[in-house]
Design a protein around this ligand. Sequence first.
Ligand code: FAD
Length: 624
Amino acid sequence: MDYPDRFDVIVIGGGHAGTEAALAAARMGSRTLLLTHNIETLGQMSCNPAIGGIGKSHLVKEIDALGGAMGLATDLGGIQFRVLNARKGPAVRATRAQADRVRYKAAIRGLLENQPNLTLFQQAAGDLIVDNDEVRGVVTETGIHFLGETVVLCTGTFLGGVIHIGLDSTRGGRAGDPPSNRLAERLRALPFRVDRLKTGTPPRLDARSLDFSQLEEQPGDTPTPVMSFMGNRAQHPRQVSCHIAHTNERTHEIIHANLDRSPMYSGMIEGVGPRYCPSIEDKVHRFADKTSHQVFIEPEGLDTHELYPNGISTSLPFDVQLQVVRSMRGLENAHITRPGYAIEYDFFDPRDLRHSLETKFIANLFFAGQINGTTGYEEAGAQGLLAGLNAARRAQGLDSWCPGRDEAYLGVLVDDLITLGTKEPYRMFTSRAEYRLLLREDNADLRLTEAGRELGLVDDARWAAFSEKREAIERESARLRASWVQPDSQAAACIAEKTGKAPAREYSLMDLLKRPELGYADVAGLPGIPGDPVDDESVAEQVQIQAKYQGYIDRQRDEIAKLKRHEATPLPVDLDYTRVDGLSHEIRQKLAEARPETLAQASRISGVTPAAVSILLIHLKKRR
Ligand code: FAD
């Protein structure tokens, strides 16, 4: 049958990409349908119940700055929050939350069900309606035709999914869910380049069978960090600790002795796995000289005994999994509640996409998430939001939008995918961004919320809170610039007490804040200085970071401006990169292989840093 209503945007798949895509399109006023296998699994975390971490929290905060759901749901579902790299610079600091799987999912479902313009429908999509290389709608596996202006495909690991445990394999989208085989076949008949990837998950454990006295406890941070710019600590459920266990030589012996029973080593799995999140058999095989690996024992939720042992993802047979788990101290009597497994699935070469995530060959069809060769909820959510907003813009007859590499990690992610493609599951790292100091997690709202508001993604409440924060930062920075500490004043005595040295001349509070040994709390409320320090931690943090890093930030902005001026500068095809002084061996090799035609193209090759581009520019000037 033909469904009676037409939609502007039809999203297939209610995982992390699909939910952000559907919410974004609906927020922009488009009539949106989210068609998914099972409404009960909306927002389900297929693997680790954790959000954020290095590079990934930047994406979560960008999604949040653009009005998305992931950060909000994390604050409602997070049961342990930490800031990683807290002692390092703000560019690489990253918030990570352990989530209660059930609470996170409930939060996502609540947001979806309360979103105006959004219709949910439970059924598998089996076919696309394509006419003259343009998508017109979707047909479900029971034959319902949904017509729409645009379609966003967010089917994750489900296309042609095959689950492996030891030498046994079954078809599945993830444990307990069916694969999408009809849709996979249909897509394979379209002119996209398709390949296989794989990922894996560890066995889950029953907490009652572990001896926690033998494990190292890892509590969350106090005060508890918050994920969303609209979130607050009071929303967090009860907080709990994680624990750390270790593999040992016995564990590694068991794995070595059973490698021939691993589908990865027997050749059964063809897909390439995530290099940065390898299975335990991969780690033991590749790093043969290491006698121990850390295993983070993470709670799956507040109302369950299940634990997620992060670090032992495996596709070894169950009997070997049990031996591996029980070889670790504190886990000698561990009971496995669910075996670990690996999954192989189809992904599509993201070089067949535009910056909007629309496919090049079928108009109005967008791809987002794991289907594009990425791994991770955050990478999926960020792409979903972008594809959803661009599908809505297309339906509204507007041009597409995508942030640049100097504006957002989302820009880095999409640019990497569509220009370089990927041969292994792609995950985000801060090292992938050239302008890390500009793209911090703490300033994602300052970078993106205004654009989000113009795009129609940001509601009034977020816009009001953001505008107030931005004004407060400007007001407080202006106060610090205009307030002076005189030598021999009471304020100068306070500075002397903190630094061991009295200021010899007058300094503004802003000058003092630039000093490494002083923080906002040290200078903002000095006696005799007019005005009060701000209460809002996020405002104080911004004022401090902007003061301390202004010099570096200005330098990065100059580099971007310089690069933009020289973007079109041609690179001679016969350029001998071995003769360019100052380039590393690796960069020379990458440039020689890729033979970019312009400086802009060279700058987009992963690993080619802004400094290397400057060296190339100088070299070209010398050649003239
Ligand atoms: P998914 O979250 O997979 O969601 C896809 C959704 O689409 C599901 O709701 C599904 O029901 C629906 N769907 C599929 N086909 C259809 C259809 N035809 N019709 C209707 N609905 C459909 N990430 C990491 O970062 N680290 C890891 O270690 C890691 N390990 C993983 C291990 C396993 C076993 C699995 C399965 C995933 C793992 N991931 C890991 C990946 C992480 O789960 C994904 O990156 C993330 O969930 C991708 O989000 P997505 O929205 O693209 O797809």
